[in-house]
Design a protein around this ligand. Structure first.
Ligand code: NAD
Length: 477
């Protein structure tokens, strides 16, 4: 199985640098080396991004779209080889890696075409006076993408920036660098002019300290943990720069008493096991009406125990290894705490083997509200199931945490849907299924889960500024 040589991409040039090992989570072998950018490399990237922006903002939207669409077409051609590299570095099963890449293409394609429709508006203000609102690209963007979606997360940031006429410096994950590398390679091969897109890896804090306050950078976008997001948002605020912050979540799932507990539990297991639960929109806290509770929990546990766990390259694998040893340690800490507080372990509960980061889908029931797992984002294969007596109680519990990213509900009642739609505190509420976001919809959080949006017209809007030109002229006649 081939894993690509990881390089930096600055000003249209591929650069090799010494760096750190990249570990395969399936067997802890070393896949390669991630190069670390020097401060001089970052300065070169900043210069390149400034030149790239000057050129790209003047490029016709249609011409921009053609290049972006060509990159997406190349990625679609390369999906199989890209997916293998991502499974090797991140652990997710191969079919999920393929789906992530294809979803990334959907996003790139949608943004590319929507970027041709960044219309302004004309506001007639009376005889001889007209206001014209222009949507202009905001400028060079500094983007920070995480390890859990090595391709689709950087794709969102790159597509949003490029489709809006911005240049971008992407600092992708050092632990899963191939997803971003292959994405950037496709844009290079599609003929993107040098400097419009730059890719760096290295010491995350050193890179953000250098890029975020730098005057060339006009927008920060970050996907990752709440503490790092707050740190970067504060840094951006000190430099008076806007930011898009896609941070953690603790997805509540409200199961009302008018649905089938068996099919709902089965769908929940599939959703929870996706990327071994290392997903910011993962369903995590299940609040199930007491009438369905035991049946739902028992079905969930039974299906969870049936999942085939193994190396993601094996086509029969349904649950791959966790991406790094930090997630194993987190699962062990959260499960030990929940057990000590009286939670029932209905499936899983223990690391599997000691080579590779395997942890089963673990089902915990009857957790007290103060269990650590009920408050801290598990970011792993933990499902927490508790009974509720009413929709009011479920909504109150769903809203009790400082997170507000994705929330889910299962019901057949239009009245319940209306109530949930107005009262659940989340950027994305999904009813009767588990797809929290698509290319054409805005995605993002409230409260500690962040601000700004990715996806949809709202997402593209974050990469532009509204400039008003007010024009007094001689009225006709
Ligand atoms: P972490 O807090 O150490 O790092 C989170 C991400 O931020 C990583 O990609 C890291 O490289 C980056 N980072 C860290 N310090 C930085 C800095 N000063 N400047 C720029 N980037 C910086 O946590 P971790 O162990 O990698 O992941 C653990 C937690 O992160 C998870 O529990 C989850 O809550 C969160 N996370 C969220 C997402 C998401 O999609 N929202 C993705 C990955 C991780």
């Amino acid at each position: 199985m081939t894993y690509p040589e990881i390089e930096l991409y600055v000003g249209g040039h591929w650069l090799r640098r010494p760096g750190a090992p990249i570990v395969n989570p399936a067997d802890e072998s070393v896949l390669g080396t991630v190069p670390h950018a020097t401060i001089a490399d970052l300065d070169d990237a900043l210069d390149a991004a400034a030149r790239g922006f000057a050129l790209w903002r003047k490029t016709a939207p249609n011409a921009r779209a053609q290049i972006i669409l060509r990159a997406a077409a190349l990625i679609r051609e390369r999906v199989d080889q890209m997916a293998v590299a991502m499974t090797l570095e991140q652990g997710k099963p191969l079919d999920q890696a393929r789906l992530e890449i294809l979803r990334g293409c959907d996003i790139i394609e949608w943004d590319a075409t929507e970027g041709m429709r960044q219309y302004g508006r004309v506001i007639p203000a009376g005889p001889g006076l007209q206001h014209t609102v222009y949507r202009q690209p905001i400028g060079p963007v500094a983007a920070f993408s995480p390890w859990n979606f090595p391709m689709s997360s950087p794709a969102r940031k790159v597509a949003g920036a490029l489709a809006s006429g911005c240049s971008i410096i992407l600092k992708a994950s050092e632990e899963t660098p191939a997803g971003a590398l292959q994405l950037v390679r496709a844009f290079h091969d599609a003929g993107l002019p040098p400097g419009v897109l730059n890719l760096v890896y290295g010491d995350p804090a050193a890179i953000s300290d250098h890029l975020v306050p730098h005057p060339t950078i006009r927008l920060i976008t970050f996907t990752g943990s709440v503490p790092v997001g707050k740190h970067l948002a504060a840094m951006a605020g000190r430099a008076m720069k806007p930011a898009i912050m896609e941070l953690g979540g603790h997805g509540p799932v409200i199961v009302c008493d008018d649905v089938d507990p068996v099919t709902t539990a089965a769908a929940s297991v599939v959703a929870k096991s996706r990327n071994a639960g290392q997903v910011c929109v993962a369903p995590t806290r299940f609040f199930v009406h007491e009438r369905l509770y035991e049946k739902f929990a028992a079905t969930f546990a039974e299906r969870a125990a049936q999942l085939k766990i193994g190396n993601g390259l094996d086509p029969s694998t349904q649950l791959g290894p966790l991406a790094n040893v930090r997630r194993i340690e987190a699962m062990e800490r959260l499960v030990a705490d929940a057990k000590s507080r009286g939670a029932r372990v209905m499936a899983g509960g223990q690391r599997l083997g000691n080579r590779g980061y395997y942890y089963p889908l673990t089902v915990l029931a009857d957790l007290p509200d103060d269990a650590l797992a009920m408050n801290e984002e598990p970011f792993g294969p933990l499902a927490l199931i508790n009974p509720v007596r009413s929709l009011d109680e479920a909504i109150a519990k769903a809203n009790a945490l400082p997170f507000g990213l994705a929330a889910y509900a299962f019901t057949r009642s239009a009245d319940n849907v209306q109530r949930l739609s107005t009262d659940v505190e989340a950027g994305n509420l999904t009813i009767n299924h588990f797809v929290a976001s698509t290319a054409e919809t805005p995605f993002g959080g409230v409260k500690d889960s962040g601000y700004g949006r990715e996806g949809g017209t709202e997402g593209l809007g974050c990469y532009t500024i509204a400039k008003n030109v007010s024009h007094q002229f001689t009225p006709a006649g």
